[in-house]
Design a protein around this ligand. Structure first.
Ligand code: HEC
Length: 219
């Protein structure tokens, strides 16, 4: 853009140029101030958030006289779905019924359940108990406390609920697997252990005729 006029009548010729240069530096200063203010505001707001996070609060199960029952924790809303995946009162998955270890499974053991049990067993139990369940897993061979063999007569006799308790709570040097195995998976693993136990202690007469014939052939 050209501000000079040839006839020289416009005395303001240079002013707009100077003016615009001035404007720019003022705008720049203003802009810098604004930036500073914004930065300060961000820090100030950050401070506010900190205070909100520090506000008074109650820990679970702490007493509190605000509510009639004197407890800070509120009762769960009816119909709440538990995070663990089942209602604590649902006894179908418990290892004990009326204080006695159960020896039956809470659901039907299908081939699908056994396959799931084998998969979970091979992931979580073989490092110590080995694939056959004799307790000579790789960790044991490298020096870990020997794991118990599932073919030990005591464990063959032990009710399924005992295995459920051992998996849930751990046993001596063996850690709990409650976080890795859902209750359904624990029962599936136990079903697979039962299959392992059976595989080593089956009588010829317990086999179906075709398998019996095969056994006789290999003999
Ligand atoms: C880190 C090694 C380790 C892993 C993994 C492990 N166990 Fe064990 N387990 C042991 C040891 C060691 C013992 C023997 C403890 C003892 O006799 O004091 C044992 C004992 C047992 C027993 C016998 C308890 C008894 O009454 O004597 C059962 C049942 C058992 N484990 C089941 C399992 C199952 C099922 C898994 C997989 C979910 C598993 N364990 C994974 C180390 C392990």
């Amino acid at each position: 853009m050209k501000w000079n006029h040839d006839d020289g009548t416009n005395n303001m010729t240079m002013e707009p140029i100077i003016g615009s240069a001035l404007d720019r530096s003022i705008i720049l200063k203003l802009f810098k101030k604004l930036m500073m203010l914004t930065t300060m505001a961000v820090f100030a707001l950050g401070g506010c958030r900190q205070q909100m996070a520090d506000q008074p609060h109650q820990r679970p199960l702490e007493p509190n006289n605000f509510f009639d029952d004197g407890m800070a924790s509120r009762p769960v809303v009816p119909g709440t779905v538990p995070r663990a995946g089942r209602n604590q009162n649902d006894q179908r998955f418990d290892s004990k019924v009326d204080g006695k270890l159960v020896d039956n499974f809470p659901f039907e053991v299908s081939m699908e359940v056994l396959a799931r049990g084998q998969e979970r067993y091979e992931i979580f139990c073989t490092p110590c108990h080995d694939r056959l369940g004799t307790g000579q897993g790789m960790i044991v061979r490298r020096g870990f406390t020997p794991a118990r063999s599932f073919h030990d007569p005591r464990l063959r006799e032990a009710p399924a609920g005992h295995f459920f308790e051992v998996i849930t709570q751990g046993f001596g040097p063996m850690p709990s697997y409650a976080n890795q195995l859902s209750e359904h998976d624990r029962w599936a693993v136990i079903a697979y252990i039962r299959a392992l136990q059976f595989s080593r202690n089956v009588g010829l007469d317990q086999l179906p005729p075709e398998d019996r014939a095969k056994m006789k052939e290999t003999k």
